[in-house]
Design a protein around this ligand. Sequence first.
Ligand code: NAP
Length: 849
Amino acid sequence: MKISLDTARIEPVSKPFEETVSVPGSKSYSLRALFISALCDKPFKINDLLDSDDVNAMKRCLEALSGKRIDIDAGESGLTARFMIALACLNPGVQIITGASGLQKRPVKDLVDALRSLGADIEYVRRDGYLPVEVKSSELKGGKVALKGDVSSQYLSALLLIAPRLENGLAINIHGKQTSKPYIDMTIDIMRYFGVDVENQGYKKYVIKAQKYTAKDYTVEGDYSSAAYFFAAAALNRSKITVENLNPASKQADKEFLNILEKMNAKITFADNSVTVSGHGVRPVHINMENCPDQAMTLAVLAAFADGKTTIDGIGSLRIKETERIKALENELAKMGISTSSTRDSLSIKGAKPSGAKIDSYGDHRIAMSFAVAGTKTTGVEIIKPGVVNKTFPGFWKELSKLTGVEKHRIKASNLLLIGMRGSGKTTVGKVLAKKLGKKFIDMDIYLEIKHGKKVRDIVLDEGWEHFRKLETEACEQLSREKDCVISSGGGIVLDQKNMDLFRENSVIMLLKADPRILSRRIRSDENRPELSTQPTLLGELGEVWEKRKEMYFKNADFMVETTRDNPRKIASEILSKLGPQICMVIGDPIEHSLSPDIHNLGYKLLGLEDQFEYRKKRVSSDGIEAFIKQMRDDGIRGASLTMPHKELVLPFLDKIDPVAKQIGAVNTIVNDNGKLTGYNTDWIGVIKPLEKRIVLRGKKAAVIGAGGAAKAFVYALMEAGCEVTVYNRTPEKAEEIGKKFGCGYASLNELGKINNADIICNTTSVGMNGKSSIIDRSYLRPGQIVFDAVYVPLATQMLKDAAAKGAKPVFGLEMLLAQAFEQFKLFTGKDAPEEDISSKIMEKISEG
Ligand code: NAP
């Protein structure tokens, strides 16, 4: 299997440019405008709303609240969750505000305390201080409330936004220093636009009288964070750029970046609805970026080109963002030959002439966009996984290509070469990786020892370093021609660039980096270690060797990983996540209309796993199943979902079948663990879950119509849950077969008359897919029955419509499809699927036809 990585190669600009670009709407204003729309009496239009996950979460929550839904799920959006808690306090009925598991770890206590002090009735559903919370109030008194200044400004914004709707208005006293002022300014700014007056007493106290928001159309101003990359590119290339749709009087925090560019030598001009930057090269600065930390990365990249030392203070918060951004900056700048130093909350960059490098974007949109700026000046900058920009700026590469060439490229390599100091974990991690990737593992030292019949130490002692290095280069010539290997190299391989050039052709190169103290602890016991310097202590020796080699390590590495703390398994999965997505797929014939890719890919996207997983569909006919299994092994396909008749045909080709799948006699899920294929059945869980939401199953009478693959999962599930089951089928012999296999009743479809006394009726035939016919006459249905249709397109089949008309409770086939897919999701990724969000999106898609 090839390792494939998508990159964007940026060409340096050939001559100064003069261009106009546009950027997406601001996220902060998009979210606030939507929220205010829920507090207004009349609707209004919002133009240029940002299309992003957070904004969609806010939209969904507001719709759920207005649709009188109880569960309000903010997904991954912290701001949405906090704002919804406040809004729910003004909304009739009981609401439960929740969010994805990551969000459930972020505190909401200060906000809940403040709302409670205003009379809100809020309970924590699980853990005190955290989501989910149950809100029972429908009105708040208002009055006075106190809030700490150094907690999330989202709490204050939430209170400010609902304040005008409180009968007595609200006075908010701030204890301690107010942080994140720009965000509060933005809240007050947009409230003023909608006619609400906020008295801000020096960020110490805010007073808002009871008043009404005035509905009027709103245009979201462009995002200064997105614009910053273009401003930076103009400054660096002595060029001129105009970014449209920017508010020159904006309160956005990242507008501050313009002042920094001015200090670096750029000229800024504001017009009514745009900002122009004219660049004259960059010079070093010393600056505090506490109020616009996101742009510290753009500045760090510019500083790499400024002649002298730039220091950026106040950026400790970057260490707890999507990635450890300061570390990531230092790593990637090092690859470009730029030296840096850092403290807990500052970063210094020694400007020089950066060289080209492949830049790891760490799945972080801001790293990708910042380093793209370097690419406009330096030859050979290539951003790995350029798709990460979609998080906030899907059109980024298109806009950048107005300035210079941007070429999308796919790296394909057969080998993975691990480089790094002795003791950095190349061998242990390499072995785990080889297993996971289904590749051969080669330890270069052992290769040399076997080939030359001597320990590495003895080769060096007997014949000297020079001779050893010669043998090493011969080994590189040999091993670089291998295919499908993970190779753990000797620590000194980088000393000769020729060695690295040999591997580059067909390998991804990964640098493993660990603290020298850890290295010395790990290698102290290694008797086969030849001495590398005349330093008296091992630590001293390691320091000297690292200094000598580090430039070569950085220069040659495509990726870097820290191996100081984590165990080899964790490091291996970090490396795998850098190497591109694992592929899962649904197979069948026909397969065009399968919803599985939508379900799984949406889940990957919502959990930010899209770089690690990708789900596809593939047409595979009955006689192609054996070849497909071979492909799964050869290409390292992580997982497969199966349709009929593959669920039964695949059984002989798997290494292991889970006992439940064996009992059902069908596999709908295959998981590939290091080349070992295990078959599971998740269909039965898809049957159980929706039923358990509606009824206690034990002792109930259930009728299953049909005797195919789906019927088996139904019968197994219902029997497991303690139901008394009868199978009805057109071909009675098949009903009998199931009856005997599972020990349940069986009958022919002609005997449906008996079905009337069933508590649960399930259709597992395909009848109903045409949207018109039903497998049973509606006269058989009665009030209170549960009627389950496995058919999921259309959503409401004729049988389910009949059921509803007769007062029975319908269970939709889509619920089964989703519940079984969520089980597969967990088997493929090891993570819980964001069930609510996926369900509502897929439901929408089906309803739209
Ligand atoms: P299958 O193995 O081909 O079985 C189909 C069954 O339906 C057979 O027992 C067949 O009866 C019966 N049947 C077909 N046409 C009929 C008709 N006109 N009148 C009476 N009986 C008829 O298919 P399957 O995999 O079980 O799938 C069946 C349905 O369930 C499909 O619509 C599928 O999409 C759906 N399904 C849904 C989910 C979900 O997650 N919601 C999961 C699996 C399947 P004979 O034995 O007499 O031929």
